[in-house]
Ligand binder design. Structure first.
Ligand code: GDP
Length: 295
């Protein structure tokens, strides 16, 4: 995860770590390298620039140059800023409803169906919830099938209506069914397209209005970098979602999505997907991720 970014930041900060005393020139050079590392990770130019400017201000404010261990202090400032860039605090999922309704949004292939299964499994095994999965991708029978396979694998009921082409109706029927069968959580998996288009946005917006979810999660493939951020913005403009799920962080992700998304949509990353298996889900902790990036 973020290997390239970690290596580059390590190299950039290594220069400082070696110096007992550091100069303003050392700091400036290091920050230039840090900015380059962020840009290489596909972080937006403005965000990278703001980042290094903030680190510089903090370094000056904390008298890094005259401190006992300037290298260590700089590393700490960079770590704190990385944490804050990724949202600062860990933000959990709101499970207050009876039942709690969670709506999944995102493009086709982002990992929505897989994540719906992972989340259902997590809530069932870790939070002791009785979960209902709902298949609303009325265009691709294979998607409903996939959800049913997942449901069977984790022992969670899947609600689907073969032949019904109206996802709003299916969602509302599913909520009724969930209430009748005493479910605590309903996870609605929706249809995505390969790119943002009006029909998809209208459909998800209609489902959103009809079910009034407690949590709308935007699922995005972290391998798509800046595109992930642009897609997040498009979905957030329509849905004003509660949180982001970054999938495929087990791959060779550069890091741009994780580092930029919070600044752009101002919504927390709540979960990450780290593999194809049902157990490959983690609550997102910005500070732990920053620790990991800085090694
Ligand atoms: P959807 O179209 O948004 O429902 O996407 P899917 O859930 O069908 O996922 C698309 C592909 O990505 C599938 O092959 C999944 O196995 C894979 N996938 C989903 N999440 C992850 C993840 O966290 N890591 C990896 N490596 N693959 C994932």
């Amino acid at each position: 995860m973020f290997n390239n970014l970690s290596d580059k930041l390590d190299k950039a900060l290594h220069v400082l770590k070696g110096h007992g005393k550091i100069t303003e020139v050392n700091v400036a050079e290091t920050l230039k390298e840090v900015r380059r590392a962020l840009l290489d990770a596909d972080v937006n130019f403005k965000i990278a620039k703001n980042f290094t400017n903030t680190v510089k201000e903090k370094a000056l404010g904390q008298d890094v140059l005259t401190s006992l261990n300037p290298g260590q202090l700089m590393v700490k400032i960079v770590k704190d800023e990385l944490t804050s860039l990724m949202g600062g605090e860990t933000v959990g999922i709101n499970l207050s409803g009876t039942p709690t309704v969670i709506l999944m949004s995102g493009l086709q292939g982002s990992g929505k169906t897989t994540f719906s299964g992972k989340l259902a499994n997590y809530l069932k095994t870790k939070k002791n919830k009785n979960v209902l999965l709902v298949g609303c991708d009325v265009y691709r029978p294979a998607a409903i099938n996939q959800l049913q396979v997942v449901g069977e694998q984790i022992g969670v009921e899947v609600y689907a209506e073969v032949g019904n082409q109206n996802p709003v109706e299916i969602s509302l029927n599913a909520l009724k069914h969930a209430k009748e069968t005493g479910k605590n959580v309903v996870i609605i998996d929706t249809a995505g397209r390969l790119a943002v288009d009006e029909a998809m946005m209208t459909e998800i917006s209609n489902i959103h209005k009809a079910v009034n979810p407690h949590e709308t999660l935007f699922v995005v493939d972290s391998m798509t970098g800046q595109d992930a951020v642009n897609t997040a913005k498009a979905f957030n403009d329509i849905l004003n979602f509660e949180g982001v799920v970054l999938t495929k962080l087990d791959g060779d992700t550069r890091g741009g999505a994780a580092l930029s998304i919070k600044s752009v949509v101002n919504k927390p990353i709540k979960f990450i997907g780290t593999g194809e298996k049902m157990e490959a889900i983690d609550v997102f902790h910005p500070d732990r991720m920053a620790d990991r990036i800085l090694g």
